[in-house]
Write a protein that binds this ligand. Structure first.
Ligand code: DTR
Ligand code: ZN
Ligand code: ZN
Ligand code: CA
Length: 442
């Protein structure tokens, strides 16, 4: 685009292009270690270990009757899904089987929703139900599957009606690379992903030589589990080698807050760990990991009992109402983003969390862009689902500096929670600038 010779100023070198870290999507404030647990949390029921063990006995019987395993694509897996689904249907859950194909075989995810609660704030708990082909997979991962099943049944027995909507999931083909959980997350529309306030993962929680590991992902979820174990005087450690190794990974990649528990697999228990947890140092947490001996004898009942009760505590705690931040809450990004002269558009993001429902019809968008010829600039707001709202068009005659303005956008058709972006493009040669800061006020 040609224009009268512009005033030319040398702008400072492009500012750092690093985008601000997204604001951590907060999961509801759980009982913090300093505060006493709330009444809701105190109401979390004890999960009867006998009931959890009964589920494991059933899964063992299923494996025994089906070639010794419950692996993806085998009869034992489908029989396991049918067992869990029947229990949930009888308890009043709304269940759905999600099918997918992996390695030429049909896979199944079981999704169970507990009616009620705010469906724009979903608390999910999940475990993979498949075993490896080598064995019945009672610890890996009958333990997690049975524990969340019994927690779901406890929700039904209690006729629990939390503020948030509860969803439970049993994943297929985790052992093939988290295939089922990846399929589920990929199938979720962006708006539906934003509704998941947190995902709790339980994969191996009854190891025979147990450790007590807590995932170090979302801080609120992590603290909730730590609070539970502190309450029963069991020290915990951070699960460090679990990143990407179980079904929380696809949720984490989608920006959903995650957490979970783990009692150990093929790594060796150290002397220091044996000192605090008991058990045998120098021996794997689970010597039957991915082996035929991962049978119903391969479970430490105390660890499974504690883990199951911790799950109930977390479900009761994290499904309580989140006190939404007062209106007028500002979500801001102050990291500079260089706008290439007459070049590609750039974006700057803010993560909105803790809201309920949709954005307001008068969403305020504050913009501060430093530039020496603002007529070059086109500016848009992008909603979490990608919808674009034009804030400013280019204008060849507008040679003034900077775009410092507040725009009002009717964003009432957009889910409030999620990652919003400011998109800026310089569409004319000469003169350039950078995004100095921008903010959304809800
Ligand atoms: N990959 C899981 C077991 C596993 C190994 N390390 C971790 C850490 C955190 C969770 C799970 C795991 C499996 O074999 O199913
Ligand atoms: Zn495994
Ligand atoms: Zn597993
Ligand atoms: Ca320019």
């Amino acid at each position: 685009m040609t224009r009268p010779a512009p005033r030319r100023t040398a702008l400072a070198a492009a500012a750092s292009l690093a985008l601000a870290a997204l604001l951590a999507a907060a999961v509801p404030a759980a009982a913090s270690s300093s505060a006493a647990p709330s009444a809701a949390v105190l109401a979390a029921p004890d999960i009867p270990i006998a009931n959890v063990k009964t589920h494991l006995t059933q899964l063992q019987s299923i494996a025994t009757a089906n070639g010794g395993n419950r692996a993806h694509g085998k009869a034992g897996y489908k029989a396991s899904i049918d067992y869990v689904k029947a229990k949930l249907d009888a308890a009043g859950f709304t269940t759905a089987l999600q099918t997918f194909t992996s390695s030429g075989a049909t896979g199944y995810n079981l999704i169970a929703d507990w009616p009620g609660g705010d469906t724009s704030q979903v608390l999910m708990s999940g475990s993979h139900l498949d075993s490896v082909t080598a064995g019945p997979g009672i610890n890996d991962n009958g333990s997690g599957s049975a524990a969340i099943l019994e927690t779901a049944l406890a929700v039904s027995r209690a006729a629990f009606q939390p503020a948030k909507h509860l969803r439970f999931a049993w994943w297929g083909a985790e052992e093939l690379g988290m295939v089922g959980s990846k399929y589920y997350v990929n199938q979720l529309a962006t708006a539906d992903r934003a509704k998941i306030a947190g995902y709790l993962n339980f994969d191996m929680i009854g190891s025979p030589n147990p450790g007590y590991f807590v995932y170090d992902d979302d801080p609120t979820i992590e603290q909730t589990f730590k609070d539970y174990y502190a309450g029963i005087s069991i020290p915990t450690e951070i699960e460090t080698e679990g990143d990407g190794r179980s079904d929380h990974a696809p949720f984490k990649s989608a920006g959903i807050p995650v957490g979970g528990l783990f009692s150990g697999a093929d790594y060796t228990k150290t002397a220091a760990q044996a000192q605090k947890w008991g058990g045998t140092s120098g021996q794997a947490f689970d010597r039957c990991y991915h082996a035929s001996c991962d049978t119903s004898a391969n479970i430490n009942d105390t660890a499974l009992d504690r883990s199951s009760d911790a799950i109930a505590y977390a479900v009761w705690s994290l499904s309580a109402a989140t006190t939404p931040p007062p209106t007028g809450t500002v979500f801001e990004n102050t990291t500079d983003v260089a706008v290439p002269d007459n070049g590609a558009a750039v974006t700057s993001s803010v993560a909105v969390a803790g809201r309920t429902g949709n954005a307001p019809s008068t969403l305020k968008v504050g913009v501060d862009i430093k530039h020496t010829y603002r007529g070059d600039l086109v500016v848009d707001l992008l909603a979490p689902d990608g919808s674009a709202y034009r804030l400013k068009n280019s204008s060849s005659g507008d040679s003034a500096d900077n775009v410092i303005a507040t725009y009002t956008v009717n964003a009432s058709s957009e889910a409030a929670n999620g990652t919003w972006k400011l998109r800026v493009q310089d569409i004319a040669a000469q003169d350039t600038g950078y995004i100095d800061s921008w903010k959304l006020t809800f």
